[in-house]
Design a protein around this ligand. Structure first.
Ligand code: NAD
Length: 366
């Protein structure tokens, strides 16, 4: 049975960069026996324009039925005045919630060819390849009680609750260990066990998981306080392989790690669910950047984050690692040849359009 990928191009530059992925899929299907079926649907502002909702139930069911979802980007100034429930971003939140995507994978890769885009010294970031696994559905962003309430005359208090259960910690820990097995066999768990009970539980549960699961004995586990982890990421980021952390710290550490690489147009991401009762894991892959309305429709967007997101889908959801590796190699190779979209352009390199970059990747796959 061919695998099925649902493509949601979305808004702004979404359709332009998705079209390069489609080109690659069609080429691989025709020339390299990929056998991947694609379905295309609307999400975000384009869906609102046609259906008055950012994500229809029909599209949601298709997302649930597909082997993976690939999303471009949603949003744009045209939709900023809409009420909250109609906003394009609701499509993302609904997909994350309904597909129960609890683990967010954010690689920070710094291609040696793009090292000058980073604000750090080349030797610190060149060939950096780390993966941050962020818990996405628990912790302080969702904990109860929450709210703002009056406490005395003219005084109010704002409350959020940082709460984690053992089960929530263990399932994201397993994702991190499984990834480390496919990578460089190191997991760093980041929390604040020195000042937070939920952090103490986090550390204990991660250690217990490791101690009780023989199959991960070839992996090195270390624990690090989240503030130290933030420092180490800029001091010596190459010491890390996989970092697993909660929702709040993951939000910050993954943005910090992303900036080590210096270029938003190069960063893919993935979100995964638990296995359901039929053994299925649901997943969504998307570039870290937004819909870039300032450059939409000009054919100058960098499609590489989108293409690398597709490669992640091949690797982590579709069991097609060989194709993923070929795409990763092709990206490195076009950069080595000096091809650059305007966002990563440097003196002495060759400026190319979105579609020229996509075609160059195909040339490398030949
Ligand atoms: N996951 C998502 O769909 C997502 C994420 C973030 C923002 N957004 C939405 O995107 C819209 C714009 O947000 P923003 O401007 O804050 O962030 P953005 O990531 O869209 O753009 C930030 C800057 O980076 C540039 N940029 C981004 N991706 C690029 C690429 N592939 N190639 C070249 N340049 C690129 C843009 O031109 C812009 O100057 C908003 O409506 C926001 O809500 C969507």
């Amino acid at each position: 049975m061919p695998k099925n990928l649902l493509l949601l191009a979305g808004d702004g530059i979404g359709p332009e960069i998705m079209s390069e992925v489609k080109k690659i899929i069609n080429w691989l299907n025709t020339n390299k026996k990929l056998d991947l079926q694609i379905t295309e649907e609307l999400a975000g502002g384009v869906s609102y324009d046609q259906t008055k909702t950012p994500l229809t139930d029909d599209v949601l069911y298709k997302a649930m039925d597909s082997d993976a979802v690939l999303l471009g980007a949603v949003g744009g100034p045209r939709y900023d005045q809409l009420e909250f429930s109609k906003r394009p971003e609701r499509a993302l939140l609904r997909l994350r919630k309904e597909l129960r995507l609890f683990a967010n994978l954010r690689p920070a890769i710094c291609f040696s060819e793009l090292v000058s885009a980073s604000s750090l010294k080349p030797e610190i970031v060149s060939d950096l390849d780390i993966m941050i696994v962020r818990e996405l559905t628990g912790g302080i962003y969702f904990g109860e009680p929450r709210g703002i309430e009056p406490i005395a005359k003219g005084e109010r208090k704002g409350v959020n609750t940082h709460v984690y259960t053992s089960k929530e910690i263990v399932r994201v820990t397993k994702v991190a260990f499984d990834l480390a097995k496919k990578r460089n066999k190191k997991v760093t768990s980041a929390e604040k066990s020195n000042v937070m009970e939920a952090g103490m539980l986090w550390k204990e549960e991660v250690q217990k998981f490791y101690d009780e699961n023989e199959e991960y004995k070839d992996i090195e586990l270390s624990h690090m306080l989240a503030d130290n982890c933030a420092m180490q990421l800029v001091r010596n980021p190459k010491q890390f392989d996989v970092i697993v952390t909660d929702n709040l710290f993951g939000d910050m550490l993954s943005d910090e790690a992303a900036m080590l690489t210096g270029s938003l147009g190069m960063l893919p991401s993935a979100s995964l669910s638990e296995k359901d009762k039929n053994g299925r894991i649901r997943s969504m892959y998307e570039p870290c950047h937004g819909s870039a309305p300032d450059i939409a429709g000009q054919g100058i967007a960098n499609p590489l984050a989108m293409i690398l997101s597709f490669a992640m889908a091949l690797k982590y959801s579709l069991d097609l690692d060989t194709y993923a590796d070929e795409i990763d190699k092709a990206v490195k190779s076009v950069l080595k040849d000096g091809l650059r979209t305007p966002d990563i352009m440097e003196i002495g390199k060759r400026k190319v359009s979105t579609s020229e970059m996509g075609s160059a990747i195909i040339d490398k796959l030949k």
